[in-house]
Ligand binder design. Structure first.
Ligand code: ACO
Length: 435
């Protein structure tokens, strides 16, 4: 059955199996993307589809984000990412993703104040940090503490009203900064700095990261702008691995804290949120003279490693976020007089790769992670915190998707199928007779 906003073209695709023809409806999205609806395929034919990596599979329809990878287009709720990056703030973008419309001035102020009210952690939760080893990975801490938040808000484990949804969403978006910053303070043996409600979202985070009890950290406007852009550009990217994880966990009717905590785990890997850390270690390796740019490119072409921050499952001409962050990295370094040699290496590496057939044939271009690590380094964020920064930015997107899935009226657990390739049935062998 079609959901509200889903439309068919009226046309069908024909599938011929064992001489029998099956008609499969074609559904169409707002931007004229087409999908063959196979939701009754197994019932009708006894067959499933086989699509490892889900590169051809639409798992849901969604009103939140549109990506056209062939043409390098990214829009949140219809607004081009370039316009949001030029005029918007992270909080405004979070509001847009979650509620579907840009806020009025008073809605934005109210939302901002509400987030500020939620920024403190329960003091008992503060003690959780003592239980983690000081070299504990901040992604493990973030995921664990976000999940643990649910214990402090049992009334929000089951969300049945818009008010409850807003409270849970605001708590997570606001507290994720505090948790992230405190994981850093713990790792470095620094005292926890409490959030300051008078500071904007990004300034407040940098304050909790870098202030010391007798000296407030004062970031420059260019640093705050670069961080705002970093969060805003990471705020959503439709059905990527971590978002799909959030939706999959939600499909079991799990609560929002558990679902986004699972999203954090999915984001952790090198091929997803861990890629920008991979970019920095690659650039450092080149900078430290371990290998030259042409040698590195040859190594990639021999498939001994990947060029980190290059390539994307969806973007096949350019990643619009990478263009914006490339400029932001440049502007920030220029305004702070910080001349990071890694940016020069990145620019040269990108130039060489984009003129090499290996990369152009495979449609491999710089992705958002190629430049983001340089911004984070300049903000004093250690490399193991890079995926944590991605998670803070992605939180509004995960929450918007969680809510969309929670309120679309379809209760259906996500449960892919498989082609089994193991042993055929065999009899149990008693332990004494096993070879
Ligand atoms: N460097 C070198 N070769 C690459 C790269 C790369 N970064 N990415 C893909 N390729 C090659 C593959 O070796 C393969 O070549 P082949 O056809 O000769 O076998 C071809 O391009 C297709 O590769 P796939 O892995 O099938 O591409 P896919 O779309 O599945 O992967 C991914 C996308 C995971 C992002 C990949 O490009 C990659 O590993 N990039 C590096 C890691 C990275 O930057 N990740 C960040 C992604 S953006 C994000 O999460 C925000």
């Amino acid at each position: 059955m079609l959901k509200e906003n889903e439309k068919t073209t009226g046309k069908t695709a024909k599938l011929i199996l064992d001489g029998q023809t099956y008609e499969l409806p074609i559904i169409v999205g707002t931007e004229n993307e087409h999908a063959i609806d196979i939701s009754s395929l197994r019932n009708d034919t006894g067959h499933i589809t086989y699509d490892p990596g889900f590169g051809n599979t639409g798992a849901c329809s969604s009103n939140i984000t549109f990506v056209d990878g062939e043409n390098g287009i990214l829009r949140y709720r219809g607004y081009p990412i370039e316009q949001l990056a030029e005029h918007g703030t992270f909080i405004e973008t979070a509001y847009l993703l979650i509620f579907g419309e840009l806020p009025t001035r008073s809605q934005r102020e109210k939302f901002r104040d509400y987030l500020s009210e939620q920024e403190l952690l329960h003091e008992d939760l503060r003690h959780h940090f003592e239980g983690f080893p000081s070299n504990g990975h901040p992604m493990a801490i973030l995921s664990a503490v976000i999940n643990a938040l649910g214990c402090y808000h049992p009334d929000l484990l089951e969300i049945t009203s818009k008010g409850e949804f807003l409270r849970a969403a605001a708590k997570i978006i606001s507290k994720v900064r505090t948790i992230a910053a405190w994981s850093y303070r713990k790792a470095h043996g620094l005292p926890f700095i409490y959030p300051d409600p008078n500071l904007s979202y990004c300034r407040n985070f940098l304050h909790m990261m870098h202030s010391i009890p007798y000296q407030q950290f004062e970031p420059t406007d260019a640093q705050v702008r670069a961080l705002t852009l970093f969060f805003l550009l990471h705020a959503d990217h439709e059905q990527n691995c971590s978002c799909s994880t959030v939706r999959m966990v939600q499909s079991t009717e799990a609560n929002m804290f558990a679902s986004v905590s699972a999203g954090i785990c999915a984001l952790w890997g090198r091929l997803h949120g861990g890629a920008n850390a991979g970019v920095v270690s690659m650039l450092e390796e080149i900078h430290e003279g371990g290998t030259s740019i042409p040698q590195y490119i040859e190594k990639v072409k021999r498939k001994e490693c990947r060029l980190m921050g290059f390539g994307h499952r969806i973007y096949k001409s350019f990643d619009p976020r990478a263009r914006i962050l490339r400029k932001a990295a440049h502007d920030m370094l220029e305004s702070t007089g910080n001349d990071d040699p890694l940016l020069d290496i990145a620019l040269e590496l990108a130039e060489v790769a984009m003129n090499d057939e290996y990369f152009t044939e495979r449609k491999l271009y710089p992705n958002v992670d190629f430049y983001s690590g340089i911004i984070l380094r300049a903000l004093g964020i250690p490399v193991n915190m890079f995926p944590v920064m991605f998670a803070i930015g992605r939180m509004p997107g995960w929450i918007a998707h969680w809510n969309e899935a929670n309120t679309d009226g379809i209760v259906r657990i996500h449960r892919p199928r498989q082609i089994y390739t193991g042993n055929e049935e065999r009899s149990y062998i008693p332990i004494d007779t096993r070879l």
